[in-house]
Design a binder for this molecule. Structure first.
Ligand code: ATP
Length: 725
């Protein structure tokens, strides 16, 4: 990387558009005092982002803008553009040339751009740092700042050396990490503090939330139990109602059947009673008939007796004739009478008839016998006897008939009576049956009314349960149509007891504001977040410690390595310029007095505190140290140190503003040689009045200022230069 071109417009005395093209090697800027040479060095500082007005020899930003002259008005803006060749990618960007530009306006506004794109100062500073170009007095050494490195404190010197060694970038990174570390530590403490503060409240909220949860769980369980229990009860009641209704209907049917049966029996009884009455009436009719018939028979018997008397009388009349026969007839008749009586007594109609026939036959035979006896008797007697016999036969016939009728009536009476008593018996039985049925009916009616009462009770319970269901539904309960499975098979009594127990438990759980649960949740989230954050922060702190450790290792390692070389070169250039003597730099630790108990982080911070001291002894002089040196000696010492740094870690370019002014001729020669030696690795822009220095230059620019107060640039060819200066 090297400086290719510098463009100025409106910067300090450069009112015109001015362009300086640089070469590798040495570019010298020459010209009379006050021509504006140092303004070029200022412009270089300015464009690289210098923020210190003092470093660019100004008090305020307006001083940087062309302030006008007798012939030319002031300008509103200063603009400086610097072109870098970036073929070696010293700037870690893809461009082969890097163009940085800075503008400043009268109101103090600054604008920065890199390759045409406007950027922040921070971006520019980063880019400059990445290319290891610092502004700490090393790459641009202003006029009068030659011995700045000697003037600086040990710590500042260390900074200059760090910059020279390209450790600035790591330092910046380290500082950044340290800043982050301190922020992170503060944040960690804050987070831990808040977490600690929240903890007791969170614990309290957790307990409350657990109680609420327990309450919810119990309420839910209770609701489920109540719901299930109710459902179960409803089902049971419905089933009971159903069953009772069926029972009532069965009783109803039974009652109807019984009533029907009772009515049937009543009708039957009525019928039977009619029959019985009829039978009874039949009996009395028959008894009358029997009486009549018996009267008739008595009359017949009396008639027979009369006839028999007549026969006896007849017999007595014809006793002589038929004495023998009469005894015989009487005997025969007596037999016949007995037979007749026997026939009359006969119960069986057929047997009676038979006996009567036998009687009639025997009577006929006897009559024939008597008749034949009569032939022998007087005629009259014979006629009477025949007539009587006839009468007797007729009467016997009548008697037989009457006997037949009596027997028939008796038979009928007996039958009718039997029928009557059978009816009575039946009626009695029916009445018993009726009574039984009536009892059964009464019992059924009683049962029915009992069942109705039960149904009524069940319906009342059903109403209560329905109301309860509506109430539970209003509280959000959902009743399943389907069976609730296991629960419904659970013991009803056990369920009821569980409900009671849950109700008691709920009464014993304090009523806690439901918002507590929400608060607990929020607080828990916050707490978890804080814990997570503290973990992340601890992780970040440990990563930062690690990164800082690594950076420290790089910085310390490189510094130590370079330190030796710087001292060798310092000694070399010092003894060259002073023709002897000794010079070295050494690290001084300002942290020695700090104790070991200190925190690791603080120790790390303390490391930053060390600095660099310069120890010099001039040849042939007793006294040593910077304090006793003359101005020239100081200038030579700082030059020796500067070149020691440049040779140890060659910067891409170095601007030296009249650094060579205090040198005597011999040293000017040495200085020229040194430049020549170092230009192989470093591009030099030197502002000088020194001929020896000009001799070393590859390009010369002349800067002059005319009456108009505007700096002008003259490019001079090397060949012609020697004569001009
Ligand atoms: P020397 O050789 O004496 O060190 P030099 O060539 O380095 O001189 P500079 O210091 O660069 O000169 O220039 C100073 C000149 O620039 C002065 O004349 C000063 O008036 C002029 N100058 C500085 N700032 C402005 C400005 N804002 N507007 C106009 N001119 C300015």
């Amino acid at each position: 990387m090297f400086l290719r071109k510098l463009e100025l417009h409106g910067f300090k005395s450069f009112a015109h558009n001015t362009t300086l093209e640089f070469q590798r090697g040495i570019s010298a800027i020459v010209g009379p005092n006050g021509g504006g040479k140092s303004n070029i060095a200022d412009a270089l500082r300015f464009v690289l982002g210098e923020q210190s007005m003092k470093s660019i020899r100004s008090k305020k930003s307006e001083d940087l803008i062309f302030s006008g002259s007798a012939t030319r008005g002031r300008m509103s803006m200063a603009n400086v553009t610097l072109h870098f060749d970036n073929h070696d990618k010293a700037f870690p960007v893809d461009f082969e040339s890097v163009i940085v530009q800075r503008k400043i306006f009268r109101d103090g506004e600054n604008q920065y751009s890199i390759n045409g794109a406007q950027v922040r100062l921070k971006d520019l500073a980063e880019l400059i740092a990445k290319a290891k170009l610092g502004l700490k007095g090393y790459t641009i050494i202003n006029q009068g700042m030659g011995d700045a490195i000697l003037e600086s404190s040990a710590k500042e010197r260390k900074e200059i050396i760090f910059e020279a060694l390209g450790l600035k970038e790591f330092q910046l990174k380290r500082a950044d990490a340290m800043l982050k570390l301190s922020h992170t530590t503060v944040n960690l403490e804050k987070a831990e503090g808040i977490a600690r503060e929240i903890e007791p409240h969170l614990k309290f909220l957790k307990k409350q939330a657990e109680k609420i949860e327990e309450r919810h769980a119990s309420e839910e369980k209770l609701a489920a139990l109540e719901r299930t229990y109710l459902q179960k009860r409803m089902r049971a009641v419905s089933a009971a109602v159903h069953q009772r209704e069926a029972e009532a209907s069965r009783e109803e049917t039974r009652i109807a059947e019984l009533r029907h049966a009772i009515d049937g029996i009543a009708r039957e009884i009525e019928e039977k009673q009619g029959a019985s009455t009829t039978a009874f009436e039949g009996v009395s009719g028959l008894e009358t008939s029997l009486l009549e018939e018996e009267t008739k028979r008595n009359a017949i018997e009396r008639e027979i007796g009369k006839v028999e008397g007549m026969i006896a009388a007849f017999r007595a009349e014809s006793n002589k004739v038929i004495a023998i026969n009469v005894a015989y007839v009487r005997e025969q008749m007596e037999d016949l009478r007995r037979e007749l009586a026997s026939a009359m007594e006969e119960q069986q109609a057929d047997a009676m008839r038979e006996k009567l026939h036998a009687f009639a036959h025997k009577f006929g035979v006897l009559l024939e016998t008597v008749r034949s006896e009569k032939v022998k008797a007087p005629q009259t007697g014979v006629d009477n006897s025949a007539h009587l016999a006839q009468e007797t036969a007729r009467l016997a016939e009548l008697l037989a008939q009457s006997g037949e009728r009596v027997r028939s009536i008796k038979e009928q009476t007996k039958n009718t009576y039997a029928a009557h008593s059978a009816e009575r018996e039946k009626i009695f039985e029916l009445k018993n049956a009726q009574k039984e049925k009536e009892h059964a009916c009464a019992r059924a009616e009683e049962q029915r009314s009992m069942v109705h009462k039960e149904i009524e009770e069940l319906n009342k319970e059903k109403e209560v349960l329905d109301k309860e269901k509506l109430f539970l539904e209003s509280k959000g309960a959902v009743f399943l149509i389907e069976d609730d499975g296991v629960m419904l098979t659970a013991d009803e009594e056990e369920m009821r007891r569980s409900i009671e127990r849950l109700r008691v438990r709920l009464e014993n759980i304090d009523l806690i504001d439901e918002n507590v649960a929400r608060e607990h949740q929020d607080t828990q989230i916050r707490y978890d977040f804080l814990i997570k954050e503290t973990e992340d922060l601890r992780q970040a702190i440990s990563s930062l410690h690690e990164a800082i450790g690594e950076l420290d290792a790089i910085i310390t390692g490189r510094f130590r390595e370079a330190f030796k070389k710087i001292n060798e070169n310092f000694q070399k250039y010092f003894s060259l310029l002073f023709e002897g003597g000794s010079a070295r730099i050494e690290v001084v630790d300002n942290t020695q007095e700090e104790t070991e108990e200190e925190e690791e982080g603080e120790k790390r911070n303390a490391k930053e505190e060390y600095g660099v001291d310069i120890e010099v002894t001039l040849p042939r002089k007793k006294a040593s140290g910077l304090a006793v040196m003359s101005g020239g000696e100081r200038a030579l010492t700082s030059l020796a140190l500067l070149f020691a740094l440049v040779s140890t870690a060659p910067p891409p370019f170095l601007v030296l503003d009249e650094i060579d002014a205090p040198l005597d001729e011999a040293n000017s020669l040495r200085y020229g040689k040194m430049l020549h030696e170092l230009k192989a690795h470093t591009q030099f822009v030197v502002i000088t009045h020194n001929r020896e220095t000009m001799r070393q230059a590859d390009v010369l620019y002349g800067v002059t200022m005319q009456e108009d107060g505007v700096s002008k640039l003259l490019s001079m060819k090397f060949e012609t230069m020697a004569g001009t200066v």
